[in-house]
Design a binder for this molecule. Structure first.
Ligand code: ADP
Length: 991
């Protein structure tokens, strides 16, 4: 038989069993047998519910509850059974009492979705949330004697949502695209500061060099006072250093350092966490986020993962801000560069304008002089000079316009103009050039419905620039110029059926100095200022310019001027200047792009320019895209008795050579379609043109360009401007060299083998151009009898110079003693000394590091060449050994002592940087390589560590100043190491 107690509390629940054993007679409810029916029924309901339920019965609010509820009150259970709720939940009673009283007084059930309760159920004053409903509980007589409380805990949802809110806030406030790193961090902590229930305080530390620096902190007072400003290696404070190394650290005992009331009930903060701010490298966090832990919440799994998300969010914002800062710095640097360029050009332009004007005056007078007319030949020369001086003046004027636009000095000097007539006239100036190019020119400029006023000179430059661009980039079809009135504006359109402009170029098209790389054009000449000027002038006139274009279909440029801008007061003091001059100069220049290949009259046999061997006249093919230059070269070379063919680019040159190979090619470098370097490369790659002598002509002064040209196999490299005598002498020498080669008995086909892509077995590593040379592997000539001074390096790069069969390689005496590099006491030569694949007995193989003088095919001494590499332990003391090695190599080449000194100073700086800045090198060495050739010495210093602060040594300080003062310095830094390249010309002021 079951007792009444067992019958009431039975059912298998743990709480029920506890209730069955409870000493009820000792409670206000008395023995179970005495309980009214209503209480028994209520108890059954509570115990049978799986939802947390609490029954408070009687004056003493005696508690009866089920298993689900027992879980909510933590360690208050089971003490709470049969006890007064006012005792059990004393800390939350002030919140609960009104709700219970209300339910009992009104008899109406209440419901609160998220009631905040202070609970001391787990050993601390916890912030908890419950969804609670109180319903009146009645006795057998229907009197309200207690309450049914149905509740469920929603702490996780409430706190979770609140934390999510903070993360959301952070992602908005920390948007790094609008601010720099410091202000981003300030905004981040400000956002965090608005969520003190979850993060009572926070500070952001970022890594700078080897220390962590505090960049932002919530609040201004007590927290900032106790947190360190800077943390260095090993400092245990606040777990910062450990977190900086990637380990999340919990900090306890915070209350010892700071009393900071926080959380839901203003209890003092007791602990904090130091969290790494993750970066791309796991062991190199960006910095650390220190965050206080709420005293009202346990640091449980959910809280920890919230802190990790917080740190991630902060890191993302910092990284974005850094990227933005970097981008902005780059943009600023570019803008500054633009400004410096413009101001440089302006200064230079001013200097140019006077002499140009003084040149143009007499030249124009000479051409116009009818009393003393120039003989036709002189007229042609003077005309060329005048045309090009005019071109230069136009360029100079454009640059000056830019600078006055920039300085806000430029004004539009508006006058009433018959714009349709002016526009049609300007277009007409181009008619003959357009038609000679095989294109149609359509001009449609009907009368306008109202008068307009604008600056005609500006208009002329706008129309001229657009037209000459159209002509430059259009090869079939037409160019149309239109001027039409629209309801709100006047529109000038210049449309062509040319190559069109790619979508991705559009945003930068009107930027100063911007040019489209590789665009097909009639001329390679251009500065990238034409469209920028059109844009700025259109704006100066109150309008704007836009472009519609489709690749392969053509482009339409539209200059739109609102009518309001065309009704300005006119400046009658302005006299119409030389209107049309700009257009005429541009049209004349454009005509130059159209000149067909010319073949001047052949000269008489036996004249001084003939090749005596076979009595045949020498034929030279000139490739240059500038018509005046072509004409000038043709005149110059024909005057020597040579026959000259001219073409406008490399492709035409290849066609002409295929049809009828000349004796020598004289080619410009910068040409449309196929440039000079590509031409040389192609010629050297084909068996029948491998031996064809080529002289490269370029405006690109500088050792790199020359090395590139010669590396590709050009016989000589002439820099513009050149003197007529020098050019003729060098062409002649190249021809002589070729002739000797033909005659030389051991000369096989007179030209070395084409390049090999792989070396024969056992041979030296395949030569490659110097590391900083052209990206495309140049077909360096690998003659059977070539002598290589090649020292393999880690990158496998080496310099190779081929000696011509007709001109023996001369190894100076200095190389017969042990080479400087090989004799190095502390350094070791990296890689084996390489010898050409079939060096003959008569030829001496040059050991690595030995200087070699190589003669070029024309017999002129071309360059002293050395290529040596050393490796040193990555220690400051190695610098002196390095200096000794570099010095002796340079001295062996008889390099001027001043140059040696400069290079040594620069090398020392680069070496010190390599030792100092390379962190955790994968190899404890610094490699130094010395390459000398084509009048230039190149020193490369390479380390195998990551530079923490890649800018440090280059952007500031003595090192950078010194290096830059003595040579051209480049720095290439990757994760695996940094290479500093120093270049110095061997001759300049020391001749
Ligand atoms: P430049 O002509 O001196 O190179 P511009 O500022 O006049 O400089 O033009 C910038 C670039 O825009 C040119 O390099 C060219 O590639 C492109 N461009 C200009 N006009 C045209 C056009 N009508 N058709 C195709 N490309 C054009």
């Amino acid at each position: 038989m079951t007792s009444p107690t067992e019958e009431l509390f039975g059912g298998g629940s743990a709480t029920g069993r506890l209730m069955a054993r409870l000493d009820w007679p000792a409670t206000p409810l008395g023995p179970v047998q005495s309980w009214p029916q209503s209480l028994r029924a209520a108890v059954r309901i509570v115990l049978s519910s799986r939802y947390p339920m609490l029954l408070l019965w009687g004056d003493q609010f005696t508690q009866l509850y089920n298993d689900a509820y027992s879980a909510l009150i933590g360690d208050k259970h089971p003490g709470a059974l049969g006890d007064d709720v006012r005792t059990t939940l004393a800390e939350g009673w002030d919140v609960l009492a009104p709700l219970i009283d209300d339910a009992m007084a009104t008899g109406v059930a209440s419901w609160v979705p998220a009631l905040q309760l202070l609970l001391d159920r787990s050993g601390y004053r916890e912030e908890a949330y419950f969804s609670v409903s109180h319903a009146p509980a009645r006795d057998d007589d229907g009197r309200t004697v207690g309450v049914f409380t149905v509740c469920s805990e929603v702490t996780e949802q409430v706190v979770g949502e609140r934390r999510l809110g903070l993360l959301r806030d952070l992602s908005v406030r920390g948007d790094g695209r609008t601010v720099d790193v410091a202000s981003t961090c300030a905004r981040l902590v400000e956002a965090i500061g608005g969520h003190r229930l979850d993060v009572p305080f926070a500070a952001i530390y970022l890594r700078e060099g080897t220390a962590l620096h505090r960049v932002a902190c919530t609040g201004d007072g007590p927290v900032a006072a106790v947190l360190p400003d800077v943390v260095v290696a090993g400092d245990p404070a606040w777990g910062l250093w450990a977190a900086g190394g990637g380990a999340t650290t919990e900090v306890h005992g915070v209350a010892q350092w700071i009393t900071l009331p926080a959380g839901a009930f203003d209890d003092p903060v007791a602990s904090a966490v130091a969290l790494p701010l993750p970066s791309a490298e796991a062991d190199q966090p960006l910095g650390v986020l220190v965050a206080g832990v709420s005293p009202s919440r346990a640091l449980d799994e959910a809280y920890r993962s919230f802190f990790h998300l917080l740190a991630q969010q902060v890191a993302v914002a910092v990284r974005n801000a850094r990227a933005y800062e970097e981008e902005r710095r780059r943009a600023e640097a570019l803008a500054e560069l633009d400004r410096v360029k413009t101001s440089f050009f302006t200064n230079v332009s001013h200097e140019f304008r006077t002499p140009l004007t003084l040149m143009l005056g007499p030249l124009t007078d000479a051409l116009a002089d009818e009393r003393h007319p120039l003989p036709p030949e002189q007229r042609e020369r003077v005309d060329t000079a005048r045309r090009n001086a005019t071109r230069l003046l136009t360029l100079v004027n454009s640059l000056l316009t830019f600078s006055s636009l920039e300085a806000g000095r430029a004004r539009s000097q508006a006058r009433q103009v018959d714009l349709p007539e002016l526009t049609a006239e300007l277009a007409g100036v181009f008619r003959s050039a357009v038609e000679r190019a095989g294109l149609r020119l359509e001009v449609d400029c009907p009368p306008l419905p109202r008068p307009v006023a604008l600056d005609p000179a500006n208009w002329e430059r706008i129309v001229t620039n657009l037209l000459s661009n159209a002509l430059k980039h259009t090869f079939v079809g037409r160019i149309s110029v239109g001027l039409h009135a629209h309801p709100t504006e006047l529109r000038l359109t210049v449309a062509d059926t040319g190559i069109g402009i790619a979508e991705e170029e559009m945003p930068r098209l009107f930027e100063r100095f911007h040019r489209v790389d590789g665009a097909r054009s009639r001329s390679h000449e251009g500065t990238g200022i034409g469209l920028a000027l059109v844009g700025e002038l259109a704006r100066l006139e109150g309008g704007d310019v836009r472009v519609d274009s489709q690749v392969g279909r053509g482009s339409t440029f539209t200059v739109a001027l609102p009518w309001s801008a065309l009704h300005r007061g006119t400046d009658d003091t302005v006299v119409a200047g030389d209107l049309g001059d700009t257009a005429r100069a541009a049209a004349q220049e454009a005509s130059g792009w159209l000149v067909d290949p010319v073949r001047p009259e052949p000269v008489e046999e036996g004249s001084p320019g003939t090749l005596p061997d076979d009595g045949r006249s020498v034929r030279i093919l000139v490739a240059d895209d500038n018509a005046d230059m072509r004409a000038y070269l043709a005149r110059l070379l024909t005057a020597q008795g040579w026959r000259v063919d001219t073409v406008g680019n490399g492709r035409q040159a290849l066609d002409a050579i295929r049809r009828n190979a000349p004796d020598l090619v004289l080619t410009d470098v910068m040409m449309p379609e196929v440039d000079g370097f590509a031409l040389v490369r192609t010629l050297r790659g084909q068996p029948d043109t491998r031996a064809l002598p080529v002289v490269v002509l370029s405006a690109r002064a500088g050792a790199d360009a020359a090395v590139e040209g010669l590396d590709l196999g050009a016989d000589d490299y002439v820099v513009k401007p050149f003197t007529a005598a020098d050019l003729v002498a060098r062409v002649r020498a190249t021809l002589e060299g070729a002739r000797r080669r033909l005659r030389a008995p051991d000369a096989e086909d007179g030209r070395p083998e084409p390049p090999r892509s792989t070396p024969p077995a056992g041979a030296a590593p395949s030569p490659a151009p110097p590391a900083t040379g052209p990206a495309e592997a140049a077909p360096a000539r690998t003659a059977p009898d070539s002598v290589r001074s090649s020292t393999g390096t880690a990158e496998g790069a080496s310099v190779e110079v081929a000696a011509d069969p007709a001109a023996r390689a001369v190894v100076p005496a200095s190389s017969e003693v042990a080479p400087a590099g090989g004799a190095s006491s502390s350094g070791r030569v990296v890689g084996p000394a390489a010898v050409g694949p079939s060096a003959e007995g008569t030829r001496r193989a040059a050991p690595a590091g030995a200087p070699i003088t190589v003669r070029s095919p024309n017999g002129h001494e071309k360059a002293s060449v050395v290529d040596t590499a050393w490796s040193y332990p990555s220690e400051a003391v190695s610098a002196s050994a390095m200096r000794r090695d570099v010095r002796s190599s340079l001295e062996a080449l008889h390099v001027h002592p001043d140059v040696v000194q400069d290079l040594l100073v620069a090398a020392s700086e680069a070496f010190n940087n390599a030792v100092e800045h390379a962190q955790q090198p994968t190899r404890p060495e610094v490699r130094v390589r010395l390459q000398v050739g084509a009048g230039t010495a190149r020193l490369t210093v390479r380390d195998f560590g990551a530079w923490r602060d890649r800018r440090s040594a280059m952007d500031r300080g003595r090192g950078a100043t010194l290096m830059n003062a003595f040579g051209d310095v480049r720095l290439m830094s990757t994760a695996s190491g940094t290479t500093v390249t120093i270049e110095r010309r061997l001759t300049d002021d020391h001749s």
